[in-house]
Write a protein that binds this ligand. Structure first.
Ligand SMILES: NC(=O)c1ccc[n+]([C@@H]2O[C@H](COP(=O)([O-])OP(=O)(O)OC[C@H]3O[C@@H](n4cnc5c(N)ncnc54)[C@H](O)[C@@H]3O)[C@@H](O)[C@H]2O)c1
Ligand SMILES: C[C@@H](O)[C@H](N)C(=O)O
Length: 361
């Protein structure tokens, strides 16, 4: 049960935020009088960034907020969502309600926070998107347009993640390069290709500093996935530890690109901090590992020898997974802005088992 005081705490924090630092005062040479100089502009200088994250209570948002707050200060990073945050989340830093379906609401929030970067995480993922297509269109397409327009109208640096799900059966699967035929067959994939193209267009047409990384399936121990096709790769660890058994909803040989969450979030921060001139494109694949359920189960068995995996394949999820890349190519990200991953399959499995066991104490 959430307490009432918890419900009210976010707005108090926001009030404190908006009351926050005063505009800098400087001597205007022309008049020799003290006057306020507006100082909210996006530069490649990475000090004191003020950042808003949408959809921040999902699998990735709070981890990213933590990393950004460590670099730029707790109060400079405003986490937003339409759900009620846990007490811990509110204690960790500023939180506000923000529905991305309202242009005015996002704009008000960004203005009050004097944000320079907008990180747009709100989305319906692949599986839940197929279950509610009208809502996925609203959130992933209409909502994305609001965010894009706010960022463009206010001159922000905008990050929108894309996904391996932005590719389809016609795409090359091994490897899948940055630029190739896409043609996804899920509303999630279609909406992400739309976001990629809209962002690239706004960059080209209006000089919007749009940035996009295509993430693989993300694997985390502290946060739950939000209803995607790669969710099995998180659940398998919880079940391996709790019962030693796991029923997998995609087939044994289904290969998909995956990434440990720290690698994903570190990539995002590094990419956002990269000077614009270093980027020859606005959308990059990032890659770390690819595995099948059988391969990850084999790796888990090195630590839990009795672990058993069986299969009850969901045809919808299998169809989606089969249409996605097997191996992601990310040479451009590595070359241009120095992306590199830390976790391979072996290291990720050790991390997941240790982290989940720790949570059980
Ligand atoms: N997690 C992954 O494996 C993965 C992989 C590739 C790309 N991505 C992308 O990264 C981003 C973050 O992913 P995630 O896993 O944290 O997603 P998630 O599903 O866990 O969280 C999405 C959040 O969006 C919020 N949201 C939904 N409707 C909203 C609305 N109208 N206004 C504001 N917020 C709303 C939800 O409440 C939720 O907290 C998404 O854009 C996703 O497509 C994630
Ligand atoms: C891959 C990614 O976009 C998400 N985890 C999904 O499966 O939908």
């Amino acid at each position: 049960m959430k307490s009432l005081s918890n419900l009210f705490r976010p707005s108090i924090k926001i009030l404190a935020e908006t009351a926050g630092p005063k505009p800098r005062l400087s001597l205007c040479s022309s008049t020799s009088r003290l006057c306020a100089i507006p100082h909210r502009h996006v530069t490649d200088d990475n000090r004191d960034k003020r950042i808003v994250i949408t959809g921040g209570l999902g699998q990735l948002g709070q981890g990213l907020a933590k990393k950004l707050r460590r670099k730029y200060g707790k109060d400079n990073v405003l986490l937003t969502d339409i759900r009620i945050p846990e007490d811990q989340t509110v204690d960790d830093g500023p939180f506000a309600y923000a529905d991305i379906l309202s242009y005015d609401a996002i704009k008000e929030l960004v203005v009050n926070h004097r944000a320079e970067w907008l990180i747009h995480f709100s989305a319906l993922l692949s599986a839940v998107g197929e279950m509610n297509v009208p809502l996925a269109v609203k959130v992933n397409i209409n909502g994305m347009h609001n965010v894009l327009d706010v960022a463009n109208d206010l001159g922000l640096r905008l990050f929108i993640p894309s996904t391996i799900g932005a590719f389809g059966l016609d795409s090359p699967h091994d490897p899948t390069p940055d630029v190739c035929v896409q043609r996804p067959k899920t509303i999630y994939g279609v909406s992400k290709v739309h976001a990629e193209l809209m962002g690239e267009y706004y960059n080209h047409r209006f000089n919007l500093d749009f940035r996009c990384l295509r993430y693989p399936g993300v694997i985390s121990a502290d946060s739950k996935p939000g209803g995607g096709t790669t969710d099995y790769a998180v659940e398998i660890f919880h079940k391996a530890i709790a019962s030693g058994e796991f029923v997998c909803n995609v087939g044994p040989d289904t290969r998909m690109p995956m990434m440990q969450i720290d690698d994903c979030l570190n990539a995002t921060v590094k990419f956002m901090e990269t000077d614009s001139e270093k980027l020859s494109q606005r959308v990059y694949n990032i890659n770390a590992m690819s595995f099948t359920p059988e391969e990850v189960a084999r790796e888990i068995r090195k630590h839990i020898p009795q672990f058993k995996i069986t299969y009850n394949v969901d045809p919808m999820l299998q169809g989606i997974a089969d249409s996605w890349p097997d191996i992601f190519e990310d040479v451009n990200a590595r070359k241009e802005w120095g992306w590199s991953h830390e976790y391979n399959l072996e290291k990720m499995v050790v991390y997941m088992l240790e982290a989940i066991r720790k949570q059980m104490w």
